[in-house]
Design a protein around this ligand. Sequence first.
Ligand code: ADE
Length: 267
Amino acid sequence: MNFHVLTLFPDMIIQGLYTSVVGRALKAGTIHLEAVNIRDYTLDKHKKVDDYPYGGGAGMLMQAQPVYDAFRAVRKSVYERRGEVPLRVVYLTPCGKTFHQDMARELAREEDLVLLCGHYEGIDERVLEEIVTDEVSIGDYVLTGGELPAMVLVDAVSRMVPGVLGNQVSGESESFCKNLLEYPQYSRPEVWRDKRVPEILLSGDHARIEQWRLEQSLERTSLRRPELYESWVSENQEYFRKKAKREERMRKKEEKARKAAQNACIL
Ligand code: ADE
Protein backbone atom coordinates (compact mmCIF):
# COMPACT_ATOMS: atom_id res chain seq x y z
CA MET A 1 0.00 0.00 0.00
CA ASN A 2 1.25 3.50 -0.86
CA PHE A 3 0.49 6.54 1.30
CA HIS A 4 0.98 9.97 -0.28
CA VAL A 5 0.75 12.78 2.27
CA LEU A 6 0.33 16.33 0.97
CA THR A 7 1.61 18.64 3.70
CA LEU A 8 3.48 21.83 4.55
CA PHE A 9 5.46 19.86 7.16
CA PRO A 10 6.88 16.74 5.48
CA ASP A 11 9.57 16.25 8.17
CA MET A 12 6.89 15.88 10.80
CA ILE A 13 5.27 13.04 8.84
CA ILE A 14 8.53 11.22 8.09
CA GLN A 15 9.93 11.57 11.61
CA GLY A 16 6.64 10.58 13.19
CA LEU A 17 6.11 7.46 11.12
CA TYR A 18 9.60 6.01 10.64
CA THR A 19 9.55 4.45 14.10
CA SER A 20 8.23 1.33 15.78
CA VAL A 21 5.87 -1.04 13.93
CA VAL A 22 4.96 1.28 11.04
CA GLY A 23 8.61 2.32 10.67
CA ARG A 24 9.61 -1.34 10.40
CA ALA A 25 6.93 -1.99 7.76
CA LEU A 26 8.15 1.04 5.80
CA LYS A 27 11.76 -0.12 5.95
CA ALA A 28 10.72 -3.64 4.92
CA GLY A 29 8.73 -2.26 1.96
CA THR A 30 5.42 -3.75 3.15
CA ILE A 31 3.99 -0.24 2.91
CA HIS A 32 5.32 2.93 1.26
CA LEU A 33 5.11 6.54 2.30
CA GLU A 34 5.89 9.80 0.55
CA ALA A 35 5.45 13.20 2.16
CA VAL A 36 4.98 15.80 -0.55
CA ASN A 37 5.80 19.39 0.39
CA ILE A 38 2.95 21.54 -0.89
CA ARG A 39 5.24 24.58 -0.72
CA ASP A 40 7.44 23.07 -3.47
CA TYR A 41 4.52 23.60 -5.86
CA THR A 42 3.71 27.26 -5.23
CA LEU A 43 4.12 29.59 -8.20
CA ASP A 44 4.63 32.53 -5.84
CA LYS A 45 8.15 33.94 -6.04
CA HIS A 46 8.31 34.26 -2.24
CA LYS A 47 7.16 30.63 -1.80
CA LYS A 48 3.95 31.84 -0.19
CA VAL A 49 1.15 29.26 0.08
CA ASP A 50 -1.48 31.15 2.12
CA ASP A 51 -3.57 34.31 1.91
CA TYR A 52 -6.39 36.17 3.67
CA PRO A 53 -9.92 34.77 3.45
CA TYR A 54 -12.40 36.69 1.29
CA GLY A 55 -15.13 38.18 3.48
CA GLY A 56 -12.74 38.70 6.37
CA GLY A 57 -12.20 36.60 9.45
CA ALA A 58 -9.28 35.48 11.55
CA GLY A 59 -6.18 33.79 10.16
CA MET A 60 -4.99 32.73 6.76
CA LEU A 61 -6.13 30.10 4.28
CA MET A 62 -4.04 27.70 2.22
CA GLN A 63 -4.43 28.68 -1.42
CA ALA A 64 -5.83 26.35 -4.06
CA GLN A 65 -3.01 26.42 -6.64
CA PRO A 66 -0.12 24.83 -4.67
CA VAL A 67 -2.41 22.16 -3.23
CA TYR A 68 -3.82 21.33 -6.65
CA ASP A 69 -0.41 21.14 -8.31
CA ALA A 70 1.03 18.97 -5.51
CA PHE A 71 -1.95 16.63 -5.93
CA ARG A 72 -1.53 16.52 -9.71
CA ALA A 73 2.14 15.53 -9.32
CA VAL A 74 1.14 12.61 -7.09
CA ARG A 75 -1.70 11.60 -9.42
CA LYS A 76 0.65 11.67 -12.43
CA SER A 77 3.07 9.26 -10.75
CA VAL A 78 0.23 6.92 -9.75
CA TYR A 79 -1.23 7.01 -13.28
CA GLU A 80 2.19 6.22 -14.76
CA ARG A 81 2.46 3.20 -12.49
CA ARG A 82 -1.12 1.90 -12.57
CA GLY A 83 -3.01 3.65 -15.35
CA GLU A 84 -5.89 6.09 -14.79
CA VAL A 85 -7.38 4.44 -11.71
CA PRO A 86 -9.77 6.34 -9.40
CA LEU A 87 -7.81 7.83 -6.51
CA ARG A 88 -9.04 8.11 -2.95
CA VAL A 89 -8.11 11.54 -1.49
CA VAL A 90 -8.73 12.01 2.23
CA TYR A 91 -8.79 15.53 3.64
CA LEU A 92 -8.14 15.58 7.40
CA THR A 93 -10.49 18.09 8.97
CA PRO A 94 -12.55 18.45 12.15
CA CYS A 95 -15.57 18.85 9.80
CA GLY A 96 -15.16 15.30 8.46
CA LYS A 97 -16.75 11.97 9.30
CA THR A 98 -15.31 10.58 12.55
CA PHE A 99 -12.59 8.02 11.94
CA HIS A 100 -13.17 4.49 13.23
CA GLN A 101 -11.87 0.96 12.86
CA ASP A 102 -14.18 -0.05 9.99
CA MET A 103 -12.94 2.97 8.04
CA ALA A 104 -9.33 1.91 8.65
CA ARG A 105 -10.19 -1.60 7.45
CA GLU A 106 -11.87 -0.22 4.34
CA LEU A 107 -9.09 2.25 3.45
CA ALA A 108 -6.49 -0.53 3.82
CA ARG A 109 -7.95 -2.09 0.64
CA GLU A 110 -6.74 0.89 -1.45
CA GLU A 111 -3.45 0.45 -3.28
CA ASP A 112 -2.79 4.21 -3.16
CA LEU A 113 -4.17 6.65 -0.62
CA VAL A 114 -3.65 10.41 -0.78
CA LEU A 115 -3.91 12.31 2.52
CA LEU A 116 -4.30 16.07 2.47
CA CYS A 117 -3.23 18.02 5.56
CA GLY A 118 -4.63 21.49 6.09
CA HIS A 119 -3.01 24.22 8.15
CA TYR A 120 -3.83 27.72 9.33
CA GLU A 121 -7.61 28.22 9.07
CA GLY A 122 -8.06 25.59 6.36
CA ILE A 123 -7.90 25.29 2.59
CA ASP A 124 -9.67 27.18 -0.23
CA GLU A 125 -12.93 25.27 -0.78
CA ARG A 126 -12.56 25.21 -4.57
CA VAL A 127 -9.59 22.85 -4.54
CA LEU A 128 -11.29 20.63 -1.97
CA GLU A 129 -14.30 20.34 -4.31
CA GLU A 130 -11.95 19.48 -7.15
CA ILE A 131 -9.85 16.70 -5.57
CA VAL A 132 -11.18 15.42 -2.22
CA THR A 133 -13.20 12.17 -2.08
CA ASP A 134 -13.44 11.77 1.73
CA GLU A 135 -13.32 14.20 4.68
CA VAL A 136 -12.17 12.59 7.92
CA SER A 137 -11.91 13.86 11.50
CA ILE A 138 -10.06 11.98 14.23
CA GLY A 139 -12.28 13.36 16.97
CA ASP A 140 -14.24 16.32 18.26
CA TYR A 141 -11.36 18.64 19.01
CA VAL A 142 -9.40 21.06 16.88
CA LEU A 143 -5.69 20.58 16.22
CA THR A 144 -3.34 23.09 14.64
CA GLY A 145 -3.07 21.05 11.45
CA GLY A 146 -3.87 17.80 9.69
CA GLU A 147 -0.44 16.20 10.15
CA LEU A 148 -1.13 14.43 13.46
CA PRO A 149 -4.51 13.17 12.18
CA ALA A 150 -2.80 11.94 8.98
CA MET A 151 -0.27 10.03 11.09
CA VAL A 152 -3.07 8.52 13.16
CA LEU A 153 -4.77 7.39 9.98
CA VAL A 154 -1.57 5.96 8.43
CA ASP A 155 -0.89 4.02 11.64
CA ALA A 156 -4.41 2.60 11.97
CA VAL A 157 -4.70 1.75 8.25
CA SER A 158 -1.22 0.18 8.14
CA ARG A 159 -2.12 -2.24 10.94
CA MET A 160 -4.84 -3.57 8.64
CA VAL A 161 -2.38 -4.24 5.79
CA PRO A 162 -1.34 -7.92 5.75
CA GLY A 163 2.25 -8.38 6.95
CA VAL A 164 2.56 -5.12 8.88
CA LEU A 165 1.95 -6.68 12.29
CA GLY A 166 4.17 -9.69 11.59
CA ASN A 167 3.27 -13.22 10.63
CA GLN A 168 1.22 -14.46 13.55
CA VAL A 169 -0.77 -11.39 14.44
CA SER A 170 -3.68 -10.10 12.41
CA GLY A 171 -5.03 -6.59 12.86
CA GLU A 172 -8.10 -7.75 10.95
CA SER A 173 -9.46 -9.59 13.97
CA GLU A 174 -12.57 -11.51 13.00
CA SER A 175 -12.79 -12.93 16.50
CA PHE A 176 -15.73 -12.80 18.80
CA CYS A 177 -14.11 -9.85 20.58
CA LYS A 178 -14.33 -7.61 17.52
CA ASN A 179 -15.76 -4.20 18.48
CA LEU A 180 -15.26 -4.86 22.20
CA LEU A 181 -12.63 -3.17 24.37
CA GLU A 182 -9.46 -5.14 25.07
CA TYR A 183 -9.43 -7.36 28.19
CA PRO A 184 -6.71 -6.70 30.85
CA GLN A 185 -3.31 -8.29 30.20
CA TYR A 186 -0.51 -9.28 32.57
CA SER A 187 3.15 -10.19 32.20
CA ARG A 188 5.90 -11.32 34.59
CA PRO A 189 6.32 -11.25 37.56
CA GLU A 190 3.36 -13.19 38.93
CA VAL A 191 3.21 -10.85 41.94
CA TRP A 192 4.00 -7.13 41.73
CA ARG A 193 3.44 -4.75 44.66
CA ASP A 194 1.28 -7.46 46.29
CA LYS A 195 -0.93 -7.66 43.21
CA ARG A 196 -1.31 -11.17 41.82
CA VAL A 197 -1.95 -12.09 38.21
CA PRO A 198 -5.50 -13.57 38.04
CA GLU A 199 -5.23 -17.28 38.86
CA ILE A 200 -7.05 -18.41 35.72
CA LEU A 201 -4.30 -17.03 33.46
CA LEU A 202 -1.81 -19.40 35.11
CA SER A 203 -4.11 -22.43 34.74
CA GLY A 204 -3.11 -23.42 31.19
CA ASP A 205 -6.80 -24.06 30.44
CA HIS A 206 -7.09 -22.19 27.15
CA ALA A 207 -10.83 -22.57 26.74
CA ARG A 208 -11.49 -21.12 30.20
CA ILE A 209 -8.94 -18.35 29.62
CA GLU A 210 -10.69 -17.38 26.37
CA GLN A 211 -14.01 -17.36 28.19
CA TRP A 212 -12.58 -15.21 31.02
CA ARG A 213 -11.09 -12.73 28.55
CA LEU A 214 -14.36 -12.38 26.75
CA GLU A 215 -16.19 -11.78 30.04
CA GLN A 216 -13.62 -9.12 30.98
CA SER A 217 -13.99 -7.43 27.59
CA LEU A 218 -17.76 -7.43 27.95
CA GLU A 219 -17.63 -6.00 31.46
CA ARG A 220 -15.21 -3.23 30.46
CA THR A 221 -17.17 -2.37 27.37
CA SER A 222 -20.50 -2.20 29.19
CA LEU A 223 -19.01 0.11 31.85
CA ARG A 224 -16.90 2.37 29.66
CA ARG A 225 -18.62 2.30 26.28
CA PRO A 226 -22.28 1.33 26.76
CA GLU A 227 -23.18 2.16 23.15
CA LEU A 228 -20.53 -0.30 21.84
CA TYR A 229 -21.74 -2.90 24.32
CA GLU A 230 -25.35 -2.56 23.18
CA SER A 231 -24.45 -3.02 19.53
CA TRP A 232 -22.29 -6.06 20.38
CA VAL A 233 -25.18 -7.57 22.35
CA SER A 234 -27.62 -7.09 19.51
CA GLU A 235 -25.18 -8.65 17.03
CA ASN A 236 -24.32 -11.58 19.30
CA GLN A 237 -27.64 -12.84 20.66
CA GLU A 238 -26.40 -16.40 20.16
CA TYR A 239 -23.64 -15.85 22.74
CA PHE A 240 -26.17 -14.86 25.41
CA ARG A 241 -28.46 -17.82 24.56
CA LYS A 242 -25.51 -20.21 24.97
CA LYS A 243 -24.40 -18.45 28.17
CA ALA A 244 -27.88 -18.77 29.69
CA LYS A 245 -27.96 -22.49 28.78
CA ARG A 246 -24.49 -23.00 30.29
CA GLU A 247 -25.53 -21.26 33.50
CA GLU A 248 -28.72 -23.34 33.67
CA ARG A 249 -26.70 -26.56 33.26
CA MET A 250 -24.32 -25.45 36.02
CA ARG A 251 -27.23 -24.57 38.30
CA LYS A 252 -28.83 -28.00 37.77
CA LYS A 253 -25.52 -29.77 38.37
CA GLU A 254 -24.98 -27.87 41.64
CA GLU A 255 -28.58 -28.58 42.72
CA LYS A 256 -28.07 -32.30 42.03
CA ALA A 257 -24.79 -32.33 43.98
CA ARG A 258 -26.45 -30.48 46.89
CA LYS A 259 -29.32 -32.99 46.99
CA ALA A 260 -26.92 -35.94 46.81
CA ALA A 261 -24.94 -34.47 49.74
CA GLN A 262 -28.19 -33.95 51.73
CA ASN A 263 -29.27 -37.56 51.07
CA ALA A 264 -25.85 -38.79 52.13
CA CYS A 265 -26.26 -36.89 55.44
CA ILE A 266 -29.75 -38.35 56.02
CA LEU A 267 -28.49 -41.87 55.43
N1 ADE B 1 -7.38 19.11 11.74
C1 ADE B 1 -7.51 19.80 12.87
N2 ADE B 1 -8.17 19.14 13.80
C2 ADE B 1 -8.50 17.93 13.25
C3 ADE B 1 -9.20 16.80 13.70
N3 ADE B 1 -9.72 16.73 14.92
N4 ADE B 1 -9.33 15.76 12.86
C4 ADE B 1 -8.82 15.81 11.61
N5 ADE B 1 -8.17 16.87 11.13
C5 ADE B 1 -8.00 17.92 11.93
